[in-house]
Design a binder for this molecule. Sequence first.
Ligand code: NAD
Length: 425
Amino acid sequence: MVVTVIGLGFVGLTSALGFAELGHKVYGMEVNEERLASIAAGRLPFLEPGLDAALSRHLGKNFFPSRSMAEAVRESEAVYFCVGTPYGENGQADLTFLFEALRQVLACGRDGRFRVLVTKSTVPPGTTAKRVTPFVASLGFEPGKDTGVACNPEFLREGHCWEDFIHADRIVLGVSDARSKALLCELYRGMTCPVFCVSPNTAEYIKYLSNTLLATLISWSNEMSLAADAFGDIDTAQAFRILHKDHRWGGCEMASYAYPGCGYGGYCLPKDTNALCAAAGNAGYEPRILKNVIAVNDAMPEAMAARIIKTAGVDSNICIGILGLSFKPGSDDVRDAPPAKIIAALNRAGYRNILAFDPVVGESGFRACHKNLSLRCAGSLEEVLTEAGVLALTTAWPEFLELRMKTEKPVVDCRYALKPSVKAV
Ligand SMILES: NC(=O)c1ccc[n+]([C@@H]2O[C@H](COP(=O)([O-])OP(=O)(O)OC[C@H]3O[C@@H](n4cnc5c(N)ncnc54)[C@H](O)[C@@H]3O)[C@@H](O)[C@H]2O)c1
């Protein structure tokens, strides 16, 4: 098959290379010139293990970064939309990029050939049926007849994009016409995991079930950690690690979300939890649990800053070492990352002498996302250990976990990652 992928970010580039790996010919469109040039030169624009090898395997063979939308679309049987769906008004998903990309694709005209337009971006339930389909019809196309409209949510995790795409646990296709269903089943024919064909609303909803459950587990864990602080004399990390020994977890990775830290962050969980909350409210149901999941998460940076300040003392000139700037280890993504929110809370409290270090995030990459924070970035962990009076572990990079062996300075473990693992006695 021939496929066009619009938007070559984490999801788009992974999908494009994944489809190429499955033997299809793939065109990739990207508006960010710097990102497109980097991909066209065979360089990944972000840290993502395994994706670099896939890019060198397929670039110029069956993956073609392109500037000509019309040429790519005309040749394609499926067009995938992998653009951002960021925070919009009142927490709703902002679908501006999606509709702009749809408009561009549909402006390529009609050639009598059926092709399916597939939203892979995360969009609230109802988007495909109630917004995309009428939009396509409003431009003179006949959804289900000359043009298919479908969705195919993505479940990959940043830091594991390639392995999660190639070894997906399930593929969810939101389809409402037989030709789109047949085309998309053909597209994924090389995959061994189950493929579920459901209504577009159900497919969109499944994606939010997944992300809001993760957010809920994290906020519940964080709330329990704050309650533990209030009780006092509780080793919270030890308590959670023992919780995970429950056979019903089955040793699964899901347990890692039922663990405290400094709040969920990154591109997806914060915006998707807010978007589902807003969408449910608009649909007439006020979600009570999700509102509090968000409230607990929003309170975490202040709670962590208060813990750091308690350790640092009243002298606000003290140098505070922040260890970790990405939203999780294994990723250089700093979008909505908790460390930035903790630094902002420290700055607001008058603590502006912040020295940060992250193994992969440099100062320019961090500042591109977080402009007005008072901080300096160090070139090494050792520099921070020497200069800082107090340290805060904000991203659980493996190189930070032995911190207690490297310094006697006070460390605030915002990730509950430094404690030795529990041994049964
Ligand atoms: N990042 C994740 O872990 C993840 C996982 C599952 C789902 N998602 C969802 O997938 C979507 C994309 O996420 P992402 O992290 O890949 O975002 P991203 O910001 O990394 O990538 C989106 C890309 O689309 C490009 N773009 C926007 N409009 C365009 C247009 N008209 N033509 C061509 N390119 C255009 C942007 O320049 C950007 O490079 C979002 O809806 C997100 O919620 C993300």
